[in-house]
Ligand binder design. Structure first.
Ligand SMILES: Nc1nc2c(c(=O)[nH]1)N[C@H]1C(S)=C(S)[C@@H](COP(=O)(O)O)O[C@H]1N2
Ligand SMILES: [Mo]
Length: 459
């Protein structure tokens, strides 16, 4: 059967009931401006001040030439296949990451340039009406816009600290712990169609409890991911926009799956196919990678949700304080489950904690900005933040995490051994949300005090 035709009819019939949508479907792209023409008209006004932007710079604006922050490429040797860039958390303000500074994790060396007029999403498998949706179809359906973080599973792992040390040894100057170890997270406003709406459209058959999402990039099978249907019914979005414009090519243009609060690998970019199935399909991304191997050879899998996590972004090890006096400590807190309800800051290495102010509104599964005024007396200080979510779950220290992971495997593995394992193993460890301590030195420089004590590069 030609599912595309028959199902399109079903879709349009239902679609007609959704008031007002047809009007949007027929609207054409805005006529593009002819820069030369307008420039001619504006010539007398533009160009009277040195460094004037050209009209071509204005029709899709750029930042001031004085602003230099970038999402640095990660070039380390561990996990070196694919393309990676890291969000400059040390320069972040508020909660939104500008799209050009969003981190990038692309599992191979290709970022497809997909023509949206040719791109389709097929939903098939255990469904009543297998359906092919065009981009136009998707944009006619009810959409939502939500602010959510995305975070790579391996973010903040010891493996990235090892990479950073190797990069420094090779003479690299632009890397820091705040960006190099923690920079695989960003927050955007994502707009798209709830996957639950699409599932209602195609009708799930009894027993369809998982789905396998696949991208339209060259090595799509590499990025396929099994995800529970229950998560789709809760909050997954088929997103076509990011921060008020079309999703960036590197973020998955023209559509990506967006799984709020779940490890980044679940949010399949260039989404092309969703197959409803009755079990997890044990794809490459959930068997040979993105699992947590433990000492003794046991691995845990499908631990998708990001735990409560926070970081002081200013001051951090990319900064040097010019001298004692008044500062505002600022950072981000997020959690894969619900909202952040509290962030505390210590200035004495964890002995005492003070509540920071949370920027409102606080969104669920999104970065939450916290701030605390601070007068530095010039003495060495060890500061850190720790957050609590609305369910009372508290961010832990590295040692606490190790204990948790150790208790997760049978037989029990002591925390000290897990810490040694993290430092020694060549395998990756995932879902790290340790409290990050920074030491403010008397000269104003800032040093990491969480990873450094656990690992030294072999000479
Ligand atoms: N098609 C496709 N989807 C993908 C990936 C990929 O390489 N290809 N990488 C995954 C991983 S591991 C992460 S962390 C996020 C990264 O999304 P971003 O590059 O938009 O930050 O996308 C996920 N989805
Ligand atoms: Mo990732």
């Amino acid at each position: 059967m030609n599912s595309k035709q028959s199902d399109r009819r079903g879709f349009l019939k239902k679609g007609a009931a959704l008031a007002g949508m047809a009007a949007f479907a027929s609207s054409k792209a805005l006529a593009s401006v002819t820069p030369g023409l307008i420039k001619g008209e504006l010539d007398t006004k533009l160009g009277t001040v040195a460094d004037e932007p050209d009209i071509n710079d204005l029709v899709y604006g750029g930042r001031s030439s004085y602003e230099k922050t970038i999402a640095i490429p990660s070039i380390g040797t561990l996990g070196s296949t694919g393309l990676r860039t890291l969000t400059p958390l040390q320069d972040s303000v508020g909660i939104i990451t500008p799209a050009p500074l969003h981190y990038l994790v692309q599992g191979d060396m290709h970022i497809p340039n997909i023509d949206p007029s040719k791109h389709t999403l097929i939903i098939h498998g255990m469904v009543e009406r297998p359906t092919v949706f065009t981009m136009d179809d998707l944009k006619r359906m009810p959409s939502v816009s939500r602010v959510h973080f995305l975070e790579c599973t391996g973010n903040s792992g010891m493996m990235h600290y090892k990479t950073l040390l190797q990069d420094l040894k090779k003479g690299r100057k632009d890397v820091s712990v705040i960006q190099g170890v923690h920079g695989r997270t960003s927050t955007s406003e994502w707009t798209g169609v709830p996957l639950s709406v699409l599932f209602k459209e195609v009708g799930l058959r009894d027993g369809a409890t998982w789905f396998v999402a696949e991208g339209g990039d060259p090595n799509a099978e590499l990025h396929a991911k099994s995800i529970p249907v229950a998560k789709a019914m809760d909050d997954i979005i088929v997103a076509y926009a990011q921060n008020g414009e079309a999703i960036r090519r590197e973020q998955g243009y023209p559509i990506r799956l967006f799984c709020p609060g779940f490890q980044g690998v679940c949010s399949v970019k260039h989404l092309h196919s969703i197959k409803l199935v009755d079990k997890a399909y044990q794809m490459q991304r959930e068997i040979s990678a993105y699992t947590n191997l433990k000492p003794g050879g046991m691995a845990s899998r499908y631990e998708s949700q990001v735990g409560p996590k926070s970081l002081i972004t200013f001051p951090s090890d990319a900064h040097k304080l010019p001298g004692s006096g008044v500062y505002e400590i600022s950072g981000i807190a997020w959690c894969g489950r619900g909202k952040i309800s509290r962030v505390e800051v210590t200035l004495d290495g964890g002995r005492t904690w003070t509540d920071a102010t949370l920027q409102t509104p606080v969104y669920s599964k999104a970065w939450t900005r916290f701030r605390l005024p601070w007068t530095w007396n010039g003495a060495e200080a060890v500061m850190a933040s720790r957050c609590t979510n609305e369910f009372g779950e508290i961010q832990s220290t590295m040692e606490g995490l190790a204990k948790l992971w150790g208790d997760d495997v049978t037989p029990h593995v002591p925390a000290a051994e897990i810490l040694r394992w993290w430092a020694d193993t060549k395998s990756s460890e995932f879902l790290n949300n340790p409290i990050q301590f920074w030491t403010i030195k008397t000269d104003g420089s800032v040093e990491d005090a969480t990873y450094a004590p656990l690992y030294k590069l072999p000479a």
